[in-house]
Design a protein around this ligand. Sequence first.
Ligand code: G1P
Length: 296
Amino acid sequence: MKLVRKAVFPVAGLGTRFLPATKAMPKEMLPVVDRPLIQHVVDEAREAGIEHFIFVTGRNKAVIEDHFDRQVELETTLLERQKQKALDLLRHDLPEPGTTSFTRQQEPLGLGHAVWCARELIGHEPFALLLPDVLVQHERGCLAQMIDAAREVDQRSNIVAVEEVPRERVDQYGVVGVGAAKGKVFSITSMVEKPTQGRAPSNLILTGRYILQPEILDLLARQDRGTGGEIQLTDAMIALARTQPFYGLKFDGRSFDCGSKIGFLAANVSYALARPDIAPGFRSEIKKILAELNGG
Ligand code: G1P
């Protein structure tokens, strides 16, 4: 039996930090090298064995649905022009027919509300949640690492990916307090959404990857608005942690917060430098730019 079969991708956000690029295009379609952010995250879920991909979308997000469909005209043209490699790549990236579902978050009421909007599609089984703003670069994807960890500690547990950030940045994230450690896995003792530095239980933040038990959905249905006037997933997780085991995994790899411009640009540099077909040329371009900036 698989530990987690379904993954939820909340993609309803407005992307105001990337205007004007995101005026007519969802932020999840911004490319990191030549793949949209959402494709990178779906790839991570597929690598972890996910079989059903649930997207919580909003208005103006239809191209995400198109992206995960066949583009017959394009395929025909590629075939005629004998561009087999490009064609193979398109086919490889596409989830199996019938394994994607799309639902809408009708109002921007927060991450907790977005997850709750997927309740009928999730059903009564554990699920993964991946925030497409965050990319984790490592030879073994973050979600696959989490599933490995869950198998070792407790199959019926909740597990979240955590990482350290400098203290002055804790107010941008959900922050966890941790107890006893078993290798890279910690039991979680507290959680706070976007605390001030003084109220943060540690400098370990929620990275945007979760494996949650379905009882979170009942809690979300009753959850009051929290930080920022939004229905916060973190608040429902605090309630769930009172009745179920909850762990944090310090994953291997480097994360990029692609919701910020610097994080997004850094992801592009790092992913390009990891691509054998691009790295040599790109490296020499970067060297030239830096040399010119430094006066020759
Ligand atoms: C969300 C979560 C937060 C988490 C962050 C990771 O915040 O609410 O707990 O640390 O994602 O990127 P958002 O970035 O949507 O404000």
